[in-house]
Design a protein around this ligand. Sequence first.
Ligand code: SME
Length: 156
Amino acid sequence: MAEELHLPDTVDKREKYKSLLPQIQALTSGEPDLIANLANIAAALREAMGFFWVGFYLVKDDELVLGPFQGPIACTRIQKGKGVCGTAWAQAKTIIVPDVDQFPGHIACSSASRSEIVVPFFKDGDVRMVLDVDSDQLAAFDEVDQAFLEKLEKLI
Ligand code: SME
């Protein structure tokens, strides 16, 4: 396929996600390498949705280790139960944080990050990685983001 995204001219994020998901599916289908696919997914999400930071943390030896991402440099390792990412891993569920300053233990990789969503991805019933998306705006994420970002799991 052409290595370029076709994005609708709209501010409606539901429409943006609807257009993006099949394109991500096309990008990843036929490519068995996990890191290559995560790298393209991070780039596609940032380009299409304008996120401040988007990336993956992979479960390795009982901690989260930074994987492919787009945005400013980030902390490389997160312990289970720590920060938003480690909490989403420990609780095995998506966490939406409207104001990171109100989340006890939030790990501030960048002081510009104001709100965040973390989505765990599973294999054989265990969390294998989390998708972390940060915004420089307060309350940027809601159930629309959750629904579409959780669908990405099937494409990986
Ligand atoms: N804020 C995250 C850490 C990762 S960075 O945002 C990229 C957390 O609290 O887990």
